[in-house]
Design a protein around this ligand. Structure first.
Ligand code: PSU
Ligand code: MN
Length: 304
């Protein structure tokens, strides 16, 4: 049984050892509203191609683990209401049933590793939620970074999470958290979380070499690259903080829990910012896609 369904251009790029960048699909189904989600998915793929790499959007479609979607598949997924949100725990069950679902960061990393893709670009990762000390809500994305060898380019973690706790968990798990081009940890919509990043890199080449060094040392797991949102798209923290507080209060009022928390907050913040959070989100994903492509190109130029 062949587990992976590679699109023709992804299959070709992998065979040629050409640069490939994996992309998740939960950001399409649960992270952004229609039709901006489809526009984002298309422009991110175009940005990766313009930067000299092949994009590979990953999703489970009717039981098939697809690596690289064609435009019709992308559009269908973007319009699917109520698609499953798949992480490490539920991907296999969905596939065994012939179901359809979008992959989170954790599930996308699993699929990327199986396909032999070393770099993955997204918007934000999951982390330790505020109140994790009582809710135990810590995303499976963090464990995945500890065990699956894929470099994930994100814009830091959102302030809907508890960022100091998220950094502590990542340190415990031995995951390198590398800010790109600055000393401070970026915080998704804002360039500065008010926290120093554990590590810093200023070039894609450094990040690629560090990944190979990690493998040479026999260390499992990947790297988290935290790439600050472009200056012109940033929403300052002082503006976001009250909006996030309000969205979180609404989530508590409506007793939103478990995997519904992140999508609920994203939608609420979109409403409360009058759509501005979405514009910023799209700008930072594009920026991450370009850095992901640069890292993939560097990796392709190093000996395997
Ligand atoms: N952060 C975002 N947008 C997203 C997500 C996170 O800014 O769409 C998605 C990603 O797929 C991530 C998942 O892997 O949410 C984390 O969900 P949870 O917190 O339930 O693990
Ligand atoms: Mn969670």
């Amino acid at each position: 049984m062949s587990l992976l369904h590679l699109s023709p251009d992804v299959a070709r790029a992998l065979k040629d050892r050409a640069p490939v960048v994996a992309l998740e699909s939960t950001i399409i189904t649960h992270g952004m509203p229609w039709p901006q989600n489809l526009e984002m998915a298309r422009s991110v793929e175009a940005a990766i191609r313009d930067a000299g790499a092949t994009p590979a959007t990953i999703a489970v479609l009717e039981g098939k683990l697809c690596v690289g979607l064609d435009d019709a598949q992308l559009e269908q997924l973007a319009q699917t209401k109520g698609a499953a949100k798949l992480s490490r725990a539920d991907m296999a069950v969905c596939m065994a049933r012939g179901g359809t679902g979008a992959t989170t960061v954790a599930a996308t990393m699993i699929a990327a590793r199986l396909a032999g893709i070393e770099v993955f670009a997204t918007g934000g990762i999951g982390g330790a939620h505020r109140g994790a000390e009582t809710s135990f809500d810590i995303s499976a994305d963090l464990q995945e970074l500890a065990q699956t060898p894929v470099t994930v380019v994100a814009a830091g973690a959102k302030a809907i999470l508890d960022l100091p706790k998220t950094l502590e968990v990542l340190e415990t798990l031995g995951v390198p958290v590398i800010a790109y081009g600055q000393a401070q940890l970026p915080a998704f919509w804002s360039r500065d979380a008010g926290l120093a990043a554990p590590l810093r890199a200023d070039t894609a080449a450094e990040i690629a070499r560090a990944q190979r060094m990690r493998a040479a040392l026999g260390l499992p797991g990947g790297q988290l690259v935290a790439n600050p949102i472009p200056v012109e798209a940033e929403i300052p923290r002082s503006e976001m903080d009250p909006i996030i507080a309000r969205a979180m209060a609404d989530a508590a009022t409506h007793r939103i829990t478990g995997k519904a928390v992140t999508p609920y907050l994203l939608q609420r913040i979109y409403e409360l910012t009058g759509g501005r959070s979405l514009e910023a989100n799209i700008a930072l994903v594009l920026n991450n896609a370009r850095l992901g492509a640069a890292i993939a190109r560097e990796l392709a130029s190093l000996p395997a």
